[in-house]
Design a binder for this molecule. Structure first.
Ligand code: DQA
Length: 147
């Protein structure tokens, strides 16, 4: 059976393409979604790709993933460094979590060095720009292959 992968994007990632391109690259989120769809198709996985600027909406989607998805790939954006509630939701969904960042937060300001999500993630991919999304989908499928 195909692995079902939910890819979530947090606040401000709808601004990709124009938002600090020197840090986040020039690709839009729609272009990144297209890359993800291509990767999922190649791996025979099912992909649900979403973005919200609202913490509660992301949490609701994570709750709904429990029992309906096989893995969660999440770029939590700024919520990475602040949201205990997002971390709790990721624990509650009882799915493997892959944390993802376009930039490498460890090379940036000290307030980006801590991640609540890292505490519950199977692993983290960061610093590879949009390519990180395809790496994360590959990791998610490897973790969840339902043979
Ligand atoms: C980010 C890194 C975060 O520190 C930042 O707040 C973001 C994007 C990344 O993809 O590099 O919004 O998650």
């Amino acid at each position: 059976m195909a692995s079902r992968v939910l890819v979530l994007n947090g606040p401000n990632l709808n601004m990709l393409g124009t938002r600090q391109p020197e840090i986040y690259g020039r690709e839009t989120l729609a272009e990144i979604e297209a890359l993800c769809r291509e990767k999922a198709r190649a791996l025979g996985a099912e992909l649900d790709f979403r973005q919200s600027n609202h913490e509660g909406v992301l949490i609701d989607w994570i709750h709904k993933a429990r029992g309906t998805q096989d893995a969660v790939v999440i770029n939590p954006a700024g919520l990475t460094h602040t949201s205990l509630s997002l971390m709790d939701a990721l624990i509650a969904c009882e799915l493997p979590v892959i944390e993802l960042h376009l930039s490498n937060p460890h090379r940036r300001e000290p307030f980006r060095h801590d991640s609540y999500v890292s505490r519950v993630a199977a692993g983290t991919i960061c610093g590879f720009g949009s390519h990180g999304y395809t790496l994360a989908i590959e990791a998610a499928v490897r973790l969840t292959e339902r043979g």
